[in-house]
Each structure stands twice: as structure tokens, then as C-alpha cells.
Design a protein around this ligand. Sequence first.
Ligand code: WT7
Length: 648
Amino acid sequence: MTNAIVSVSKESRLFEPPEAFAAAARVGARETYDAMYRRSIDDPEGFWGELAAELHWFDAPKTIRQWDPPKTRWFEGGTTNLSYNCLDRHVAAGGGDKAALVWEGEPGDVRTLSYTELLRETARCANALRRLGVGAGDRVVIYMGMVPEAAITMLACARIGAIHSVIFGGFAADAVRDRVNDAGAKLIVTQDGAWRRGKVVALKEHVDRALASCPSVEHTLVLRRTGNPIEMVAGRDLEWTETVGVAHHECDAVPVAAEHPLFILYTSGTTGKPKGVLHTTAGYMVGCYVTTKYVFDLRDDDVYWCTADVGWVTGHSYIVYGPLANHATVVMYEGAPNHPGPDRFWAMIAKHRVTVFYTAPTAIRAFIRWGDEHPARHDMSSLRLLGSVGEPINPEAWMWYRDVIGGGRCPIVDTWWQTETGAIMMAPLPGAIATKPGSCTVPFFGVVPKILRHDGTEAATNEGGYLVIEQPWPSMLRTVWGDDERFRETYFSRFPGKYFTGDGARRDEHGYFWVMGRVDDVVNVAGHRLGTAEIESVLVAHPWVAEAAVVGRPDELKGQALVAFVTLKSGREPTDPLAEELAELVSAEIGKFARPDAIRFADALPKTRSGKIMRRLLGELAAGQAPKGDTTTLEDISVLAALRTDDE
Ligand code: WT7
């Protein structure tokens, strides 16, 4: 881990919440936020107990919070069901006719599901899962595109206490195989194919390849979406229409214990083994519900659109669970933002009269590149609030988002959180907190972030350091699936008793937080956080490759682009076709989004005496900078010199 993190940002603009927005907001003044925040820290039991009581419990919790670092337990003694809280609760209250999902397919087809309809489809799916032998605690992998059935399957799993693990549809067969095997999944729910930029992503084909070595899987359930020819293995592979389609449309939600596992979501670690972040039911439910309510300031007539994929945690918390628990109308879009043209998102905002729009900085940078004429062609006056997530948003992109998309009138909520945190941890409440471009501002209720120095002492104002969280929060990950020790080691060993986020940050003179990104070697490409080790292990699997080190370099569009430094086995010569072949290999094994932008051949890689590759130095080289900082642990300084000459 590197030493103190230097901050270079000089941003100082401040934007107060618009008066009209604040007047109608749930939290309309800084003092109200301050009082609520104070109470959430001084009286967490009372604070969270009251918010939890807004949801349905079959049995009320007996305790609110337990904390025995690194383990936390919330709402113990309570039984509830997240699917019930997202669906049945609203239907029972007379809100069944409201649109729950307004889904738009990439080809332009639109499907609207009311809360009543979404409940019926979820119940059918839950009954079908049961018939396939899926019960409480069983793992179901969902490997789908952005179709309503992905959300329906998630809700159906939650309904019967099964644990879902959604695998991003951009992953290739090997990545699917590793995740399915780690989870020990019984069932894979997938599609023939998914639409992406007018082309078919052959999901079922990938599943077939993965299944050659997934012994735990008994069945696949296949939705027909694109109509591409697929192979169906008799007895193993089942059609959605013949299974879910014919199932009964009622299925009682199973009361599960508060700490019953809800889902596993794989995130990149620094070793090649996928890391299954485990979230449990009640704490995650309360966290998503409360953050959605306050950060997006949801009102009954909002039309809310989060552009994330359900394969990432943002899709779990802020397409499916948070908004539905709040009885929101959620827009869900299947395809690419530039299909058929670069104005697809803006056309959709105009068409569906979207009021709250939540996207990622990498997307915003792409929109900027595509040109202002595209949003200008559409009426986006329905928008009232904008959100950002996934990486630090650069002030230029923030200002563009505010002016061009938000017409200068919409507050921006820059939301900092992680797969592991389950729900938003820092963000401005839009009616209460003045914003600064590039800062996620202040902590959400109950969150105690601290910036620490290397030695664990607290950093001074504006001094960069390690971002940790001191108190437990309801939606905190509970463990790494099947690996408690990895959980403890990854998050609680760097600063004992405190959750280490892995991010660097500083806190300014107003108490605002500025997250500066990961302090380790995980790279964030177009909003996808990638462990370099997984990519490296693909590269070294090539018979000619000796060693590989993958680093990120700043990229205007993607946030970071991947550069792979590769050394070859003796007697092998670096060539352009070989570089192409290696990049293609990564694309095929992990997914297109992980394809390195550059492959750089080297005679040797810089290593520490203990043999660890010094990725930090490579990152600096990849960014075109002279390696700075500490090189004293470098085994052989001439290696670095050689790499630099190569660069010229
Ligand atoms: C990492 C988490 C949270 C859902 C999407 C990514 C970075 C995320 C912000 C933000 C600065 C951010 C951090 C974090 N990040 N949001 N608003 N400002 N950085 O989830 O894949 O678990 O990645 O993304 O580095 O640790 P994830």
C-alpha cells in the first residue's frame, strides 16, 4: 500500500439547493439534516428502529444493532421478506395499479408492469423455482440482460428465501463458470441472447460452455428474447414460458430471519479468486429503502431511472430493491446508450417524462464527447434531480451534467458507496446540502467516515488518506461467501476494528468528503471495477507469456483504460499480431469491457524483493509519467530504466 495520498484538486464552487426544490423536499434544510444525522449517531437504535417500522415485518425485531467487529447483526428476532416489502405491501395498501416497471427494450418495444402485475409475475417465477427444487438458502445464478425477468427472478428468489447471484451479462463463459462454482448454484436463469447495440450477445451459448464444468447446476431456465438459435439439453434446460409462464400466479412470501442471506454479488479482489460479497435481508432492505427515500427524495409522482446494469450492485439497490420498496415507478432500459443514435437516453427521458436520473461519470464523459446537440433535441424539462455513481466525477463532467442535462435547475447527488456497503454511504440530501462539483459531500445517516494516515491517526483537514468507516451500518456486507477469513483480512485488518474501504479520500474545511479512488491496484474501467489479477491470470495462461501486470491509466472516456505489461518466455518475440491476440484473449475470457487498450512488452517487470510486482510504478509509466515516489523496495532499478526507454 502506498503512503500519503496527495490531493491536487482545487475545486471551490458551491451550489446551494434551489429554493423551490428545498421547499418541497423531504429534508429541506441543512439544520434538519444535521439534527437527523446527530440522532442517527447518538441513538442508532431509536433512529433505525423507527425507519425499519415503516416496512412490513412478520415478527418485529427484538434488537436493532449488534456490533462485534468485524461482524454485525441487525434487526435480530425480526422476520420479514424483501419481495413482500417491494410488492405485496403496496398492493395491500391500494397501490397495485401504479406502474412499477416501465421497461424499454433496445429495439424500442415498451412493457409496463403495474405493482399488481409485477407481483403476479414474481409469484409465478417463485412457484416455478420451487418446482425446480429451489428452496431457502439455495443459490440461483441470474445471467441475463436488462429485461424485466431479471428483476422478477431476483424478487422471486427473495420471496422464497433463495440466494441470488446476478452475473453481469458482459462476462464470458470462464468468469461465469468460476462464479457459479464458488456459489455452488443449483440453477442458472438466462436468456437465448441479449440485445446490445443491435447485436445479439449469446448468453445461453456462454452458459453451455460454462456448464461443461459446473457440477452443482441441475437446471437452466431460459427466456427467449432475441430468437437466436440455441441448444436446449433435454431434462436440463427449461423454457421460461413452459415453466414460469404456466405457474400459478400466487405464492406467499416466506418470512425469513433478519439475517437470512439475500444475495451474493461477485466483485473484483486482488487475487484471481472471485470475491462473493454477501448481503443479508433486513439490514440491506432498510438501507436501500431509507437511502432511496432521502437521497433521491422520491415522491409519489416521480419517474425514476437508474441506467446501471442489474449485474452490478447499483442495479440491485437502485433499480430493483430501493425504488420498489419505496413504491416508485422505475424506468428500466435494455440496451446501449448510443443505439440507434447517441440521443437514446435523452429521447427516453422525454418520452417517459423521467424526473430523477441516475447514471455514471463514465457515461457522462461519453455523452460530452458525442456532443451537446443530442440532448438539445429533446424536451428534458421533466427532470428535477440528477445522480452520479461509480467513480469520482471530474468537475468538468459535473458542470456539463448540471447545465446541459439538468438545465441548470436540478441538484446533483454524487453518491459514494460500494458493492460491500450495499447502499449509499455519502451523498448530499438534495434539498439540504449545498454541492461542490466532484465531492460526494457529507455522510448519510448512521455513517461515520474517517480519513486515516498510514499509522492509523486521523488525517488533518485536506490531507489525503485512507477512507474508513467506524460504525456498522444496516446494509454492510456480512462476509465473503465461504471465506470469513478473507472478509476479515480484506476489510478489517488494515485498521483493526474499522471497515477499510480501500479508497483514498480527503475531507475539506467544510467537512466535505472528496474520494480520490482506490489505493490498491484494482482498476475502474467504464464504471467496472476490475481486479487486475483476474486479467493477468488470463494473459499468463497464453503459452508464450511469462508474466503479466495489468494497470490502469487515466482515460478521458472510461475513467481508466487497461494497460497490460507482458514479458514473454525466452525465444518468443513480441509482435503486433501477438499483442492483438492477447487483448482478444482477455476479451474472450472475461468480457469485452476488460479488453486492454494497450499491451506493452517488456524484458522484465519491476518487482519488490519479495517478488511482488510494483504496479504503482507501472501505472505511472502507463500514464506517461516519470515514476515518482518510493522505489527503494525495487529489486532491480535497471528494469525501470529499460521500461522507460521502451516508452519513447
Ligand atoms: C468503488 C466501488 C457503488 C456502486 C458502483 C460501484 C468508486 C463509487 C463513487 C463516487 C468516488 C466512487 C470507489 C468505490 N466510487 N462511487 N461517487 N465518488 N468514487 O461499486 O464496483 O463496488 O466500486 O467505486 O472507488 O470504492 P463498486
